[in-house]
Design a protein around this ligand. Structure first.
Ligand code: NA7
Length: 535
């Protein structure tokens, strides 16, 4: 017997908690189904040492409650994973969200039934929910990727993936540790583990650019200052290119003197972290402009590395800065000056296999006691496609997206009525401060549901034409940038065989917001809204 409910939300991370709060406020019955044993989404899974956010805490937090943003006190500019998880648990308690959340509950299928215009959702325990609306708050970075390296299961020591880190403490002391992967997770973990392990070997396939976090404690004065004008700060972020609190420059790097260029870069390097990409208007738009930034960062990296051979391996050169998501690090580069740290360049000596003893590269074997996969995720589509989602006439989402995701506004898919994605492919999503984009989508969905209520409508679905136009627009915006020049998870390159299409919307948070406002003003242009078919 399935249970009736207005809305099923899949996932209890940032997006799912906000969705539950908002839809409940609107008087709907809501059930959140969460696979893990706690709330927090990625912040509950990514417990590896050194894990922290690379968007500033003041901005990587909810804006929906003035009381919440006034009372929560962030301790550091860039919050650690435990602090963000504590925040999300606080939110769950403060707004009494837990009674409507089922933990340890993985959704295995969701089938649309035209006969009663509802979604039938089945969990791994065989429980079923019958919901008018289905909201996928499954995140973009939540399906871990373990590369298909021969012998991967044969390793006799401890193995971990950064995105599925155990809740129990992991001991590094006295061990030979290997980390595969130098994305944000690998770069965050490396300096911490290097201080604990007997020896650390970092296996790097593609060197990426990283800018310093310039992290530090939040002073009482700064806390008070931000809280005095918090709502303005939020409004600024919503109307900015990336949802961050940095003034985007309107100046081209090509129009300034050498001195001005260097001093602007230097200022951004010292303080802006991820916001470095915004310090001139054209760093992600113009290759010549980008060259200046890439060169500046390469020089900065060179100043931090003692050994010329290590520098040759670690200094990025294969793609322009920012076109693959840059990292924001704390002491990553100087870590390679330590005697107990080795950098292996997999472009020179690829991994041949994993053996019971360690990692076998083309030149020799690296014996290890512990192997950490910091190898990332099946980004954007992984968490959606691993669920058997069937829309009208049994069409699966997998079939629908066989050539890559096709959405309207990154929010809905044609033939899948009443199914919403939060920060899905085709929205600013991972090209933005994703909390800003998440809250915007929840509010958009809330508005849609109210609009349906208003005239007793029961279905909303985008037209095929609207999806086609949106996909074309997403591609157009991507092609106007340098993003396509890197093989990255933005364009499906993180998984072999994945369709190579550009996933996020590169037109900016502000531009996207204006489009949503226009769609609403035109009474949900691009959607078909229909009234009951079965009465
Ligand atoms: P990322 O950024 O996707 O990084 C994954 C890393 O793992 C990256 O360096 C990859 O190298 C490397 N990788 C992946 N597969 C392999 C194989 N087969 N062999 C060697 N190395 C491999 O994931 P993260 O977890 O670091 O960060 C994800 C996001 O979380 C981040 O962007 C922030 O938004 C927060 P490659 O570059 O593919 O050559």
């Amino acid at each position: 017997m399935s249970r009736e409910i207005d809305v099923v939300v899949v996932g209890a991370g940032f997006a799912g908690l906000r969705a539950l709060y908002t839809f409940r406020q609107s008087g709907r019955s809501v059930r959140v189904l969460e696979a893990s044993s706690g709330v927090g989404g990625v912040w509950n899974w990514n417990r590896y040492p050194g894990a922290r956010c690379d968007v500033e805490s003041f901005d990587y937090s909810y804006s929906f409650s003035e009381e919440l943003q006034q009372e929560w006190r962030w301790s550091e500019r860039y919050a650690t994973q435990p602090e963000i998880l504590a925040y999300l648990n606080h939110v769950a308690d403060r707004f009494d969200l837990r009674p409507d959340i089922d933990l340890n509950t993985r959704v295995v299928s969701a089938h649309w039934r035209e006969s009663d215009e509802r979604w039938l959702i089945t969990t791994d325990a065989g429980d079923q929910w019958n919901a008018k609306f289905l909201v996928m708050a499954t995140g973009q970075l939540s399906t871990t990727k373990r590369p298909p390296i021969p012998g991967a299961d044969s390793f006799a020591g401890e193995t971990y993936h950064t995105g599925e880190w155990p809740h129990e403490p992991v001991e590094f002391e006295g061990k030979r540790v290997g980390i595969i992967g130098t994305g944000s997770s690998g770069m965050q973990m490396t300096p911490v583990v290097a201080k604990l392990a007997q020896h650390l070997t970092v296996f790097q396939r593609t060197p990426n650019y990283s800018v310093p976090a310039s992290n530090g404690p939040v002073s009482d004065a700064e806390d008070a200052e931000v809280k005095k004008t918090y709502s303005q700060r939020r409004e600024f972020a919503r109307n900015s290119p990336s949802g961050l609190n940095f003034p985007a420059s309107r100046i081209s790097v090509l129009d300034v003197s050498d001195e001005e260029r260097e001093s602007t870069f230097e200022k951004a390097w010292q303080r802006w972290g991820f916001g470095f990409v915004l310090c001139f208007k054209d760093l992600i738009l113009d290759l010549e402009a980008n060259r200046y930034a890439s060169e500046f960062i390469r020089n900065k990296i060179a100043q931090q590395i003692d050994d010329p051979e290590t520098l040759r391996k670690i200094n990025p050169a294969d793609f322009p800065f920012g076109t693959k998501r840059p990292s924001v690090d704390s002491d990553y580069y100087p870590t390679f000056n330590r005697d107990n740290v080795t950098l292996v360049d997999l472009r020179d000596t690829p991994i041949v296999s994993i053996t019971p003893n360690g990692v076998m590269c083309s030149d020799h074997e690296y014996p290890l006691d512990m192997l950490v996969f910091a190898t990332g995720f099946d980004v954007f589509t992984g968490s959606l496609l691993r669920i058997d989602i069937q829309g009208r006439e049994g069409i699966t989402l997998k079939e629908k997206w066989s050539a890559g995701p096709r959405t309207y506004l990154g929010l809905m898919v044609s033939d899948f009525p009443n199914l919403f994605m939060i920060a899905g492919p085709g929205s600013p999503s991972l090209l933005s401060n994703v909390v800003v984009s998440t809250e915007e989508h929840v509010d958009m969905i809330d508005g849609i549901l109210k609009r349906l209520d208003h005239e007793g409508a029961t279905q909303i679905v985008p037209t095929e034409a609207a999806v086609g136009e949106w996909v074309a627009h997403v591609n157009e915006r991507a092609e106007a940038t340098l993003y396509p020049l890197a093989a990255s998870y933005y364009n499906g390159s993180e998984i072999e065989g994945k369709p190579k299409v550009f996933m996020p919307y590169a037109g900016g948070v502000r531009g996207y917001r204006r489009i949503l406002q226009k769609v609403i003003a035109q009474d949900y242009d691009g959607f078909t809204i229909s009234t009951p078919v079965h009465r």
